[in-house]
Design a protein around this ligand. Structure first.
Ligand code: 6PG
Length: 249
């Protein structure tokens, strides 16, 4: 695990999401005052829903929603109305509840039947938004990530081809265990971020948290997330941190 990783452990899940909401608000304020905008890539799965609801509920310090640009670190290969859609989850729990301009939301066109075409289109969207030259990578202000029991993150799963990608920004990555492809950011995008924030909640994440944070030999996908010139923040609740030797509050 990157020596630079900041590991913070909150007592309860509620404390965890409050901490994450404060971090989100602080990073947004910092980016907007420095660059006039905050570019964030949302994560999917179930864990971040509580954060999104908290942010939408306004309990976090005031957030300049009109200056925020939303992207996704990965998406299931399903249309936006599908129950499995990461976009749908974020829209229901956050985006539909905050004052934002539709043009500030850049979802993955995952309704596109051809996953590779969807990935290519989304890569171009990211390239155009950040005005990238060939070979350049975007610098997101914040990329939210989670991890599964197998140590995957975004949709970079153990044994998948996407782990080796070091030129593309977005790929369609075949996930053998789900017999489907997922559209996902690649490591270069994750590792060029100004801040990557992992959220882990619940006892079911305790053993993988120990492996990822305390067993370098595990060589799991989430362990290769190490921002080149940025912060790496691991936020856990005490249930997810139960297996850690090293504990910090
Ligand atoms: C996804 C995510 C994925 C997620 C982990 C954890 O599309 O599923 O981006 O990487 O973060 O699978 O999921 P849970 O939060 O549901 O445990």
């Amino acid at each position: 695990m990157a020596l630079s990783a900041e590991v913070r452990i909150a007592n309860t899940a509620a404390d965890l999401f409050q901490t994450a909401a404060r971090q989100f608000a602080a990073l947004a304020a910092e980016a907007v005052s420095a660059r006039g905008r905050f570019c964030v890539a949302l994560s999917g799965g179930s864990t971040p829903r509580s954060l999104y609801s908290l942010l939408a509920g306004g309990s976090a310090p005031s957030i300049p929603w009109d200056r925020i640009y939303f992207f996704w670190g990965d998406e299931r290969h399903v249309p936006p109305a599908d129950p499995d859609s990461n976009y749908r989850m974020a829209n229901e729990s956050l985006l539909s509840k905050i004052p934002l301009r539709p043009e500030s939301v850049f979802r993955v066109p995952a309704e596109e039947k051809d996953g590779a075409a969807a990935a290519k289109a989304y890569e171009q969207t990211v390239r155009d938004f950040f005005k990238l030259q060939p070979g350049e990578f975007p610098r997101f202000d914040l990329i939210l990530l989670g991890t599964g029991p197998d140590g995957h993150t975004a949709s970079l799963f153990p044994g998948s081809a996407g782990l080796a990608e070091n030129k593309r920004l977005v790929i369609s990555n075949w996930v053998e265990k789900f017999k489907t492809d997922r559209i996902t950011f690649t490591y270069p995008v994750l590792n060029h971020a100004a801040c990557v924030m992992f959220l882990l909640s619940g006892a079911e994440k305790a053993s993988i948290a120990h492996e990822l944070l305390e067993d370098p030999a595990a060589k799991l996908p989430a362990q290769s997330v190490c921002p080149i010139d940025g912060r790496l923040l691991w936020l856990l609740d005490s249930a997810a941190a139960a297996g850690l030797q090293r504990r910090s509050a």
